[in-house]
Unconditional design. Structure first.
Lengths: 472, 826
């Protein structure tokens, strides 16, 4: 972490003049800048000017079927029911056309499933990437790779890289927040900082999300617990606690006066100040009560299962307050091996209103311009159905969409083959997608490096190509 | 976190002439300049090779571009590259249209070329394999060469050194024009010694022996502290074993749950924890200790108690994180073996042998053949981790039944005889259901009916049976026929059949190549290397190889681990990576001296610690000195003792000691052992378990260590990531730590308890008492004044004076427990 740059020399001079810790205290009070650095979250300039300053990452874990949602394939519709001749473990499996019809949306006429009408209302802002591919067709590794670029090694997550690259706009809040992250599929790895400074790691708000079967059994998606721990003192008012912190500060500064040049101690002093400010700011941001009934309704809050709606609204509030990267995991899994025609509408319904509401809300507040919204899962699904009226995992070609933050809207980029199995036109590996996201943030993925154990690491390892065609 | 760098060494092709120094010069002075100023136009990555020249790998540089080779190693004046950056030829000025690079950069390039232009960057089509000078030269890396009994230096200054360690340190300081620091203040020193050896403040460990403290803080006429007795008392305290066991538990990625995508608990893992505490307590020789962990099941035992201990020791191999969702048993077995090889090679050898799973090691002399010879050893091993099949887990595992012993602790839950009968009945029903389902399917098939329509229902039924049977079978395996809980452990046994592994191309099971016979890697020419007996897995042979006194890594790695915990940094800073991507030792001769001595003194960890803390080097003050700081800012030469932060366990334990709430007895078993669920995700639903996973007065080493579900205090204060081998923890300072100290239930409870005891003292002695309790020292005048003013501030309106006074004492206690004086070791 960066050390507080306030001048130890000037401090020495003051104490040498006999002013003691009181003089130091006065001096310290002036250096608001220093505290920014002590937090490690000071805003940093991007490598080049860019529109996106925030990211909201809506992770649709389980592998949403691109063929039913975002990638319409006429050949697949035509040959539905015929035996498949390509693909992994496809022996004897029949091709399966989209289980629900596609529809045209917006002025652009973007084709998407009819199951996501509220999101579809924003079609002219959506940039659909149809040619993603990743390395393995298993949930955990693919999910971790989507987040960290690597499933073999423990690496920093995308959000951590962003905070490392740009710092935070609000030093009183964490730079990277993840809401009720799933406990499985790599768990804390997906918001970890690995070797990056720990201030870059995602702060988890709310309990972990329970593994699917437990959630179903308990009829509850969230593990119990306060949204953020240790943020309130049980019996001291802010003023009383301030007085206690002044005592603590006096004790610590006395230590510095006894023995100069202790950056660790300076860091501790700063971190209490930062914690004190977080304490006053965080509860306000987390409190949805300030929002109007109309806004609540926009996100579908108050109707049935609304955890996801509340999370989306909270994401907007966090971004508004200056948080760089907010991640929300979808409430329903998208792992539709069986009964896809019944299950898919449920999964869509669980997110459609809230995500549509989020886009509307961001747009009307002027936040969409500098907020990149990402919607997607760790891989897609096969064009054939191996026996279960469902689709298997497919990592060779799948789709996600992005909106706002400097991407072109109302467009498709890249394409899979005629039945939607493999990315063939402008294929975009996870590394390429990471490079593109960083680029949208003004960060050059080749220059965003961190030296660890003698080697420079980056999110995109040795690859990564920016998809220039989607930049607005 | 653990150094990952072992995985990641650059694909280096070192020639003989290129020593580490030349490479360091390249890395620090040349590479950054190439990256910043040249590669934009001259590299594969940029897609440009202006003038036909690339500068992104060694061969390309030597081959050169349209104007010929870019450089002539050893001959700066004939090197075009240098001419270009010097701007000595107006037609060839690089970088183009920019100011010339700085004079010092030009000098760096000149020096680089003069000394042979060392460049580790290999071209993409470079080859790997155990042939050629390249591979042989890798074996010349310092840590792979035998330990040399070093000559003890004779520093100029004669009156400083207490022991041999000091002579190594002082000689190097003198070489660099530095002086050691004065001796530490005795009170400061005692606090350091006590925390380092026991993780607790001195008053709590030797508090009932005030004479020891008085004696050890009074200097003799020759200024020495008479500390031998104090050191012995601390090493003999049970607190020592609890402290140093925890260091080892970091190294072996100890955890009580699986982590990863299926985070199932390991209810019996605590037995291994207690085994390690016991081992350090009685100072079991380290060679013996590592042999027990790798092959305890294969050692002859004198009695059942020893047999049980040996079995528990092998828990080391069983507790790694596993891909329990994996459907393919062969893949699962390969991954388990891989994790075992990775953990043991990093823990004992600070080298990553597992790097060679998919390709020959990129920088160290380890081939795929070595790897698959080891893989066979672990394929021939039966790993017992004991989680049952359920909706999250496709890979059920057995446990080891320990011998019955008198007074044995069995914390896992018993059930009634009736419950046993019910479980058997349930099992019989499930078997019947399964049979019925199978018959139904077969009948339909025989009749030629299309099963498509019934498929979903049949699948649901099959899953129901599978997932219900897992917990039934799992529970029955932990009790006897009367429902009484059995003594069980995680660990390994020999597999019934011993098999060799094929080498798999790129590590993929779909691409087996030749069979590799099980063997100990032939890396160092030791007697224990080579093929293993056909009727054993070979684990014992592997253990003997690692424990061989002539193994160049084992003793060096361990003494460096111990050194790290006493100084805050190792002689080799990359404690878990002694390979070529790791850092070089700051004092190679001292490292070898300590390694030799360690082996000679019977691999005694206590003797090693005693020697180090008795040195004057260890007893130096930690005070900053400008002239020394400017020469050696990172204190690699040890001109002072480094200031360190207390780790999570010490913070918590010292708070419990200050409040008087610490329960010295070991916690029997573990919270995890008594849980009735299998998934760690369900823990927050148990109302009996506190939200911070603490609520215990026992020492922190006994707190539950579930992966991704750590107790708050451990998570906040940089606990070792329990999925990775960790020889040195992070030391961070982030606001959530401050929030924990300001608002958490635990800290407030301890502060309240401190205040209560302080208020029992006479009124005018209370400030002294709170300082003594929290910081083991008296306050100075300034501090006394600060606290006094805080206490005497006017009461808020309407406040109850007595209550407010209690709260203020609590606030003072809490401030001291959160202070830098408390959190730092000087």
């Amino acid at each position: 972490m960066t050390r507080a740059p306030f001048s130890r020399r000037s401090f020495l001079e003051h104490s040498a003049l006999g002013a003691g810790w009181l003089a130091f205290s006065a001096l310290a009070a002036q250096r608001t800048k220093a505290s920014v650095n002590a937090s490690g979250l000071a805003p940093r300039d991007p490598h080049f000017p860019a529109k996106a300053k925030h990211v909201i990452f809506l992770t649709m874990r389980g592998g949403p079927s691109h063929l039913d949602l975002l990638d319409e394939k006429s050949a697949l519709i035509k040959h539905s029911g015929k035996t498949s001749t390509t693909g992994r473990d496809s022996a004897g499996a029949k091709l399966l056309g989209p289980v629900h019809p596609f529809a045209s949306y917006g002025k652009s006429g973007l084709r998407m499933t009819s199951l996501l009408p509220r999101i579809g209302e924003h079609a002219d802002d959506l940039c659909v990437l149809n040619s993603l591919h990743t390395d393995v067709p298993n949930h955990s590794p693919a999910f971790v790779q989507m987040h960290t670029g690597s499933f073999q090694f423990v690496r920093p997550s995308l959000g951590a890289w962003m905070v490392y690259g740009l710092g935070s706009e609000n030093e009183n809040l964490p730079g990277f927040v993840t809401l009720n992250p799933p406990a499985g599929d790599g768990g804390a790895r997906n918001y970890g900082s690995a070797f990056l400074p720990s201030v870059c790691q995602g702060t988890r708000l709310g309990g972990g999300q329970l593994p699917g079967l437990y959630a179903a059994f308990l009829k509850q998606q969230e593990a119990p617990g306060p949204p953020m721990k240790n943020i309130v003192h049980p019996d001291r008012s802010t003023a009383e606690q301030r007085r206690q912190l002044d005592l603590l500060r006096g004790i610590n500064e006395h230590r510095l006066a006894r023995e100069p040049h202790q950056p660790e101690v300076e860091g501790m002093i700063e971190s209490f100040e930062l914690a004190f400010r977080m304490q006053s700011e965080v509860p306000g941001v987390l409190d949805l009560k300030e929002e109007s009934a109309e806004t609540m309704a926009l996100y579908g809050i108050g109707k049935g299962e609304d955890l996801f709606g509340r999370q989306c609204l909270l994401a907007r509030r966090l971004v508004e307050a200056g948080v760089r990267f907010v991640e929300i995991a979808s409430p329903e899994g998208w792992d539709h091996h069986a009964l896809i025609s019944q299950q898919l509408p449920k999964a869509c319904a669980a997110v459609d209103r809230a995500v549509g509401g989020l886009l509307t809300d961001l747009k009307r507040r002027g936040l969409l311009e500098d907020t990149l919204v990402i919607w997607g899962g760790e891989f897609g699904r096969t064009p054939y159905a191996p026996g279960l009226n469902g689709r298997d995992h497919n990592h060779k070609g799948f789709s996600i969409w992005m909106a706002g933050g400097g991407v072109k809207g109302g467009m498709n980029h890249g394409a899979t083959d005629e039945i939607g199995y493999e990315a063939v036109l402008d294929p975009m590996h996870i590394r390429d997608w990471h490079a593109t996201v960083l680029h949208l943030l003004g960060l050059d993925h080749r220059r965003l490096t961190y030296n660890y154990g003698g080697r420079d690491f980056r999110l995109t390892e040795t690859g990564g190509e920016v998809a220039k065609a989607i930049l607005s | 976190m653990a150094a990952l760098s072992g995985f990641l060494g650059t694909n280096s092709g070192f020639g003989f002439a290129e020593d580490a120094k030349a490479l360091a010069h390249f890395e620090s002075k040349i590479r950054p300049v190439l990256v910043e100023h040249c590669l934009e136009c001259h590299s594969i990555e940029s897609g440009k090779a202006k003038g036909g020249l690339r500068l992104d790998d060694r061969e390309a540089v030597l081959r050169g571009g349209d104007s010929g080779p870019a450089l002539a190693p050893g001959k700066p004046e004939e090197s075009l590259l240098l001419a270009a950056i010097r701007h000595s030829d107006p037609d060839l000025e690089m970088p183009p249209r920019k100011d010339r690079l700085s004079e010092s950069t030009l000098k760096d390039f000149e020096q680089w070329i003069t000394t042979g232009a060392a460049d580790p960057r290999e071209s993409a089509n470079g080859k790997d394999g155990r042939t050629g000078d390249d591979f042989e030269s890798r074996k010349q890396h310092w840590s792979f060469l035998p330990v040399v009994a070093s000559r003890i230096p004779e520093p100029k200054r004669r009156d400083w050194a207490y022991n041999e360690i000091d002579r190594f340190i002082l000689a190097k300081l003198e070489e660099n024009g530095l002086e050691p620091s004065p001796d530490a203040d005795p009170v400061v020193f005692l606090r350091r010694l006590s925390f380092d050896l026991t993780g607790l403040p001195p008053s709590s460990v030797i508090g009932n022996q005030p004479s020891v403290i008085a004696q050890s803080t009074t200097r003799k006429t020759d200024h020495r502290l008479p500390i031998t007795e104090t050191i012995d008392a601390l090493l003999a305290s049970p607190a020592y074993g609890q402290r140093w066991a925890r260091h080892w538990l970091d190294v072996v990625r100890f955890a009580e749950s699986n982590g990863k995508e299926a985070n199932l608990i390991y209810p019996h893992a605590w037995r291994y924890r207690d085994y390690v505490i016991d081992t350090f307590d009685r100072d079991l020789p380290y060679d013996r200790f590592l042999t027990e962990q790798l092959a305890g099941d294969l050692l002859p035992a004198e009695n059942d108690a020893e047999r049980a201990r040996f079995l528990i020791a092998t828990g080391f191999l069983a507790m790694g994180p596993k891909s329990l969702a994996e459907q393919n048993p062969a893949q699962f077995a390969a991954d388990v073996a891989d994790e075992q090889i990775d953990a043991l090679s990093r823990a004992f050898l600070a080298t990553s042998l597992a790097c060679a799973r998919c390709h020959d090691h990129k920088s160290d002399p380890v081939t795929m053949t070595d790897y698959y010879a080891l893989a066979g050893i672990f394929k021939s091993t039966d790993t017992r981790y004991g989680t049952w099949v359920d909706s999250e887990n496709n890979r059920g595992g057995k446990l080891i039944r320990l011998p019955d012993l008198p007074g044995q602790l069995i914390p896992n839950l018993s059930i009634t005889k009736k419950e046993v009968a019910d479980l058997h009945a349930k099992l019989a029903q499930l078997e019947a259901d399964e049979k019925a389902g199978r018959e139904k399917g077969e009948k339909a098939k025989a009749e030629g009916r299309d099963l498509q329509l019934d498929f979903n229902e049949m699948l649901r039924e099959a899953l129901r049976i599978l997932w219900t049977r897992g917990p039934v079978v799992g529970k029955l395996a932990t009790v006897d026929e009367n429902g009484i809980a059995l003594p069980l452990a995680m660990g390994v046994l020999e597999a019934p059949s011993k098999v060799d592994s094929p080498r798999y191309e790129r590590g993929e099971l779909a691409h087996p190549a030749e069979i590799v016979p099980r063997a100990v890697p032939a890396l160092f020419g030791l007697a224990s290397e080579g093929a293993v007996p056909p009727d054993t897995s070979g684990r014992l042979d592997l253990a003997r190889w690692i424990a061989d006194p002539d193994h160049p890594l084992t003793a060096r790695v361990m003494v460096n681990r111990v050194w790290t915990h006493l100084f805050g940094a190792g002689l080799v800073e990359t404690v878990d990576d002694f390979g070529r991507s790791g850092s070089a030792p700051s004092h190679p001769e001292l490292l070898d001296y300590l390694a030799t001595r360690f082996v000679e003194e019977g691999w005694s960890v206590k003797a090693l610690i005693r020697a180090i803390v008795s040195s004057r080097t260890y007893q130096q003050a930690s005070t900053w000195r400008e002239e020394a700081f400017l020469k050696d800012p990172d204190n690699r030469l040890l001109w002072r003792h480094s200031k360190r932060r207390l780790d999570a366990e010490s913070i918590r334990d010292a708070m419990l000691a200050a409040s008087g709430e610490l329960d010295w007895s070991p916690r029997a078993g573990s919270l995890v052992a008594e849980l009735e669920v299998q998934s760690a995700a369900m823990i927050p639903f148990n109302p009996k378990i506190p939200g911070d996973l603490d609520g215990s007065p026992h020492r922190s080493v006994y707190l539950p260590v579930m992966r991704d579900q750590l107790p708050d205090v451990l998570r906040q204060f940089d606990f070792a990531e329990p999925s990775l081998v960790t020889g040195k923890r992070d030391s961070t300072n982030v606001p959530p730590q401050a929030l924990y100290l300001m608002n958490s239930d635990f800290v407030l409870a301890q502060a309240t308890a401190v205040a209560k005891r302080v208020m029992e003292a006479r009124e005018d002695a209370r400030i002294d008492e709170v300082y003594r309790r929290c910081l083991d020292r008296a306050p100075d005048e300034e501090e006394r004044k600060l606290v006094d003013e805080f206490l005497k501030a006017p009461l808020p309106e309407g406040a109850d004076a007595a209550k407010e006074s209690e709260k203020r004492w609590r606030d003072v206690s809490q401030a001291l427990l959160a202070s830098a004086d408390f959190r730092m070791i000087d």
